[in-house]
Write a new protein. Structure first.
Ligand SMILES: Nc1nc2c(c(=O)[nH]1)N(C=O)[C@@H](CNc1ccc(C(=O)N[C@@H](CCC(=O)O)C(=O)O)cc1)CN2
Ligand SMILES: Nc1nc2c(ncn2[C@@H]2O[C@H](COP(=O)(O)OP(=O)(O)OP(=O)(O)O)[C@@H](O)[C@H]2O)c(=O)[nH]1
Ligand SMILES: [Mg+2]
Length: 439
C-alpha cells in the first residue's frame, strides 16, 4: 500500500456484501462531517453535532432524492476508531441503498478507502499497535471460540504488553552492561545483568512456543489420514465427523482422489483430509492418488498414520514424510488385534472406542501446552520477529559485554518490529494487505 493520500477523506461500506438488517457506510478524515452534512438530512447537521451522538434523518442523493431513511453517527477526532473525524451512515442493509449512498459520498469528494485503511489510520494515530491491528483482522474472520478468544485478547493489547514486558527486561540488562562498560571500576552486580536476561529469555522462549497454537487457533490445521489400503482411513474420517462423508467399502483402493472435510476440535478449526491407501499399484488412477497422498502427508500440520490391527504389521514406506508430526493409530480395535504397540492409539470407527483419546491427542499435538488465558503469537510475522529476538538474547548470554550489548539492541529492534513500535513501511503494508476494504 502506498502511503500517499493519508490525509484524504476516505469512505467504504463497512458491512458485509449482501442484504442484511442494517448496513453502514463509514466516512473518515478531515472532510467527513462536511460530506455527511451534504448526504444526510435531519433536524440537525452532523457538523453541528457533538461527537458520540447519533442523528435520525434521510440519506439523500444528488438533487435531494431520498435514498433511504437512516442514522448518522458522529465521532469527532481523536475520539473515533481512526482517530479522525468519522461519520457513520447507517442505512437499511440493502446493497442498492449502500451502493447509492457510497456513490454520493464519493461524488462529494471522499475517496474509496484502500483495504485496511481505517485500521491503518488507527495504527498510524497510535491507537493500536501492530499486534492489535492483526487481531482486528483475526477477529473479523474468527470462526471458532478459540480463534475469537485469542483475537479479543490480542485486540485488548495483551500480546503487545507481553512483548513490552520482555523488552523492559532486555533494556534493564542493556543498562547494566552500559554501566559496566562506562564505569568498569564501579562494578555492577552480576545479577543485574544475568537475572533480567534470564527472565527475558525464559519469557521469550515461552512466547515463541505459543506460535504454533496461535496460528492453528486462528488459521486452523490440516490433518491428513494416511495408511495402507483398507486400513480404515475413510471410516475414521466419517466417525470423527459424525456423518458419512467418505465412501467405505471392503475393497482395498476405494478412496482415490483426496477429500476434505471441516471439523471443530475443542475450538480449533481442523480440515480432515482423507487420502488414497498407499501401495504399489499398476492402476494409473490409483497411482496418482497414492502420489497425492504422499504429498499431502508432507504438507499437513499433522498426520494420522493408520495401521490395521487385524492384519500382520506392514510398516508404511520409510520415505513417507511423516516426521515427528504423526499420531500412530491402530484401527479396528473392536476386533481382536494380531499386534499391539504402546506407541499406537487403539481406535474403532465402529464402536467409537478410542475416539475421545484420539481427539485429545490431536488437540495436544496442535495446541500443546500454550496456556489458554495468555496472549499467543498468532501470525508468522510475529513468530519470526519473536524468534529473532530470542536468538539475539541467547547469543548475548555468553558474549563479552560490548558484543552482548549489540545483540541486545538487535533483540530490542526485533521486539519493536513485533509490536509495530518500530516497523518498516514494508512490514506494516504487508500486514494491512490482508484486510478487506471497509475495515
Ligand atoms: N457502528 C460501529 N460498530 C463497531 C465499530 C465501528 O467502527 N462502528 N467498530 C470498529 O471496529 C468496533 C468497535 N470499535 C471501536 C473502537 C473505538 C471507537 C471510538 O470511537 N473510540 C473513541 C471514543 C470512545 C468513547 O466515546 O468512549 C475513543 O477511543 O476515543 C469506536 C469503535 C465494533 N463495532
Ligand atoms: N470392524 C471394523 N471394521 C472397520 C473399522 N474401520 C474400517 N473397517 C472396515 O474396513 C474396511 C475398509 O475401510 P475403509 O474406511 O474404506 O478403509 P480405507 O483405509 O479408507 O481404505 P482405502 O480407501 O481403500 O484406502 C471396510 O470394510 C470397513 O467397514 C473398524 O473400526 N472396525
Ligand atoms: Mg478410503
Amino acid at each position: 500500500m502506498t502511503r500517499t493520500g493519508l490525509s484524504d477523506t476516505i469512505a467504504a461500506i463497512a458491512t458485509a456484501p449482501g442484504s442484511a438488517g442494517v448496513g453502514i457506510v463509514r466516512v473518515s478524515g478531515p472532510e467527513a462531517l462536511w460530506v455527511a452534512d451534504r448526504v444526510f438530512r435531519g433536524r440537525r447537521r452532523p457538523s453541528a453535532t457533538r461527537g458520540g451522538r447519533f442523528l435520525f434523518g434521510q440519506l439523500t442523493g444528488e438533487g435531494g432524492e431520498v435514498l433511504d431513511e437512516g442514522l448518522c453517527l458522529v465521532f469527532r477526532g481523536p475520539r473515533s476508531y481512526t482517530g479522525e473525524d468519522v461519520a457513520e451512515l447507517q442505512t437499511h442493509g440493502s446493497p442498492a441503498v449502500l451502493g447509492s449512498v457510497l456513490a454520493r459520498v464519493l461524488e462529494l469528494g471522499a475517496r474509496l478507502a484502500r483495504p485496511g485503511e481505517f485500521t491503518l489510520r488507527a495504527y498510524l494515530a497510535g491507537r493500536l499497535d501492530l499486534t492489535q491491528a492483526e487481531a482486528v483482522l483475526e477477529l473479523v474472520s474468527a470462526g471458532t471460540d478459540t480463534a475469537r478468544r485469542q483475537a479479543t485478547l490480542g485486540l485488548s493489547g495483551a500480546l503487545g504488553e507481553r512483548v513490552e514486558g520482555i523488552g523492559a527486561q532486555v533494556t534493564r540488562t542493556l543498562a547494566a552492561l552500559q554501566a559496566m562498560l562506562d564505569y568498569p571500576e564501579e562494578g555492577v552486580p552480576e545479577e543485574d545483568r544475568a537475572l533480567p536476561l534470564a527472565a527475558a529469555e525464559a519469557e521469550l522462549s515461552a512466547l515463541v512456543h505459543t506460535a504454533r497454537a496461535g496460528q492453528v487457533a486462528t488459521r486452523g490445521a490440516r490433518l491428513a489420514l494416511i495408511g495402507r489400503p483398507n486400513a480404515g482411513k475413510s471410516s475414521l474420517l466419517n466417525a470423527l465427523l459424525g456423518y458419512e462423508r467418505s465412501i467405505v467399502t471392503p475393497i482395498p483402493g476405494t478412496t482415490r482422489d483426496y477429500l476434505e472435510a471441516q471439523l471443530s476440535l475443542a475450538g480449533v478449526p481442523v480440515t480432515l483430509v482423507d487420502t488414497a491407501g498407499i501401495r504399489e499399484t499398476a492402476d494409473e488412477v490409483e497411482a496418482a492418488g497414492v502420489r497425492q497422498a504422499v504429498t499431502l502427508a508432507g504438507s499437513a500440520d499433522l498426520v494420522l498414520a493408520l495401521e490395521d490391527g487385524t492384519l500382520p504389521r506392514e510398516p508404511l514406506p520409510a520415505e513417507l514424510p511423516l516426521g515427528a508430526r504423526a499420531i500412530h493409530v491402530r484401527t479396528k480395535a473392536d476386533l481382536s488385534p494380531v499386534w499391539d504397540d504402546p506407541a499406537t492409539l487403539p481406535v474403532s470407527a465402529v464402536t467409537a472406542q478410542g475416539l475421545p483419546e484420539l481427539r485429545e491427542a490431536v488437540h495436544a499435538a496442535l495446541v500443546g501446552d500454550a496456556a489458554r488465558g495468555e496472549a499467543w503469537l498468532t501470525t508468522e510475522r510475529q513468530a519470526d520477529a519473536a524468534r529473532r529476538a530470542l536468538a539475539h538474547v541467547r547469543a548475548a548470554r555468553d558474549l563479552p559485554d560490548d558484543l552482548a550489548s549489540y545483540e541486545l539492541e538487535e533483540a530490542l529492534r526485533a521486539l519493536a518490529e513485533l509490536t509495530g513500535r518500530d516497523a518498516s513501511e514494508d512490514v506494516v503494508d504487508a500486514v494491512f494487505r490482508n484486510f478487506c476494504v471497509g475495515k
